[in-house]
Design a protein around this ligand. Structure first.
Ligand code: PS7
Ligand code: MN
Ligand code: MN
Ligand code: MN
Ligand code: MN
Ligand code: MN
Length: 351
């Protein structure tokens, strides 16, 4: 029977890593590269958040079903045998919820201190998602002001940065003193989320959703669809610049956060998504393809970036390079020309 227990332990853990590799292109490698103490913890944190995000993103679920699921998810993660078969979302994400009991089994085996951090963040993320969820046709999720935008991004990504920081500290692999500032951990998540939201304009709008704040897009168009219509190219490009200017304000704080890390595997885990995000941001900048297709950095470029993210000096050099690419593309006719050049100057100065 103890033989059997070991075998079943091994297979639920293996299944969790299969799900990680299935549902994430960018995070699977950096999570698996983490030190033993944190690898399973962060893998399970990822899968729990992926489950939550699948429910949030599912446009086939009514708000009456979605709201309590999101708000209760922090309790659901301790219900042995729980599964969810009603999600009509993409196949790979759907399957995670169908077999979610394997994630729960492994989560319940984690050290109490890690369970506590994950549960606390899961409660806040789920409630934040529910506050913004709606099933109105094209909607802006109540993301009107820049403050609303930062608040939504805090719920879905900033809290992830805060939770990860708490896990690093709980593991003893990072010193509390260096990473204690929650605003900086929050900024790490906001930068990733804002690049994602900006890049995914076309994909999201095709599903009847968009997370761009009205305070930005209303300066360039009377509705969000208009931006992609022929004849509005200049306004669309300038609106994109405004989104990316808002995103760039997080960079210097994030460099400060990464500079404070001491553990090599944690450094790479944090830095690789950040360098991929700045490379993506530079590619999106003044690029009309954002309104025509999904814009992604090439596989070869990703591999080169991963090799160049071993320490803060390399990471700063990568950020300096992409900041210069942005400066080169910056156009004096863009209403945000000056602000963009100032924020780029501040980044270069940090580097
Ligand atoms: C626990 C590693 C490292 C201090 C699933 C990592 C969707 C951009 O458009 O899948 O849905 O396909 O490309 C990751 C801070 C979060 C913020 C957020 C959890 C970094 C659920 C991730 C990832 C903090 C909500 C992936 C922000 O986007 O989007 C772990 C430090 C999940 C991090 C979502 C987005 C992540 C995201 P899409 P993606
Ligand atoms: Mn994705
Ligand atoms: Mn989502
Ligand atoms: Mn999503
Ligand atoms: Mn997205
Ligand atoms: Mn997606």
């Amino acid at each position: 029977s103890s033989q059997k227990k070991i075998k079943s332990d091994r297979s639920t853990k293996t299944r969790c890593y299969e799900f990680l590799n299935m549902t994430s292109r960018s995070f699977a490698a950096v999570i698996q590269n983490l030190d033993d103490e944190l690898r399973d913890v962060v893998c399970l944190f990822y899968l729990i958040l992926r489950g939550l995000d699948t429910i949030e993103d599912d446009m086939t679920l009514s708000i009456e079903k979605k709201d309590p699921l999101l708000r209760d998810f922090y309790n659901i993660i301790r219900v042995e045998g729980w599964r969810f078969e009603e999600s009509g979302d993409q196949e790979k994400d759907r399957q995670l919820l169908v077999e979610f009991y394997v994630v729960i089994d492994e989560f319940l085996k984690l050290d109490e201190k890690y369970q506590k951090v994950i549960t606390d963040i899961c409660k806040k993320v789920g409630n934040g998602m529910a506050d913004y969820a709606t099933d109105a046709a094209l909607n802006t999720y109540g993301i009107i002001s820049l403050g609303d935008f930062d608040k939504y991004c805090h719920y879905v990504a900033g809290l992830v940065g805060i939770g990860l920081t708490n896990l690093f500290i709980a593991s003893g692999l990072e010193a509390e003193i260096a990473t204690r500032d929650e605003a900086i951990a929050n900024s790490m998540g906001l930068f990733l989320q804002k690049v994602n939201i900006t890049r995914d304009y076309l994909e999201d709008i095709s599903h009847g959703r968009c997370y761009w704040p009205k305070a930005i897009w209303s300066q360039y168009a009377s509705n969000l669809y208009e931006l992609k219509n022929p004849g509005n190219e200049t306004e669309a490009i300038n609106c994109l610049s405004a989104m990316l200017l808002n995103t760039l304000q997080h960079v210097t704080q994030n460099l400060t956060y990464m500079n404070s890390l001491r553990n090599q595997s944690i450094f790479e885990f944090c830095a690789i998504p950040q360098v991929m995000a700045i490379a993506t941001l530079a590619l999106l900048f003044r690029n009309y393809d954002v309104y025509r297709k999904v814009v992604k950095i090439r596989k070869g470029q990703t591999l080169a970036l991963i090799k160049q993210s071993k320490n803060i000096y390399q990471v700063a050099a990568v950020f300096r390079y992409y900041t210069q690419q942005i400066m080169k593309k910056n156009d004096a006719r863009d209403p945000n020309f000056l602000k963009i050049s100032i924020v780029c100057g501040q980044i270069e100065q940090w580097c």
